[in-house]
Design a protein. Structure first.
Length: 175
């Protein structure tokens, strides 16, 4: 039987437990900006040294505050398309190849991955062979396609089938 005294003790404990978090400061918002690609930085997927290869690179800021760097946009999507990656991703960045050199992309040319225009099925090689060329404007992407051909995709259109097609194209080129 619940006596008045036990009831007061239980309610007091519940109230104290509810108030326990009230004095804590709110968690700080994570700042997520692209980081420079440093000598010795390795790709989070394949382990290759990032700066040694041409083509667009990528980065992801995770909710834990970690910055993952990728030697290619292909490897970025290999990571992004893993089921356990989506909850970890805070923001992703890719190079805008319309404003930087293909052979040595600038750290100043990163843009949000969700806003980029992607070109696949072109002959220009990146770190992992065939790659997704990334552009900040549709006009730049179409200019690239006029010179190199390819297919234009939006961020949301890149799926496992697109990445598998890139891998198959790499295998065909190496045989």
């Amino acid at each position: 039987m619940l006596t008045r005294r036990k009831f007061i003790i239980v309610m007091g404990g519940v109230t104290l437990a509810g108030l326990a978090g009230c004095g804590q400061e709110a968690p700080q918002a994570l700042v997520c900006t692209p980081q420079p690609i440093e000598p010795g930085d390795e790709c989070a997927v394949c382990g290759m040294f990032i700066r040694e290869y041409p083509g667009p690179k990528a980065q992801v800021c995770t909710r834990s505050g970690q910055v993952l760097k990728f030697c290619s946009t292909s490897d970025l999507f290999v990571w992004l398309l893993q089921p356990d990656s989506a909850p970890q991703r805070l923001k992703a960045y890719v190079h805008d190849m319309g404003i930087t050199d293909w052979d040595s992309p600038s750290d100043d040319a990163f843009m949000e991955a969700e806003l980029a225009f992607y070109v696949t099925d072109h002959p220009v090689m990146g770190a992992m062979g065939p790659t997704l060329a990334t552009f900040g404007s549709e006009a730049e992407a179409r200019a690239f396609m006029a010179e190199h051909q390819g297919q234009l995709l939006a961020y949301d259109e890149i799926d496992v089938a697109v990445i598998n097609d890139l891998a198959r194209a790499h295998i065909r080129r190496t045989l």
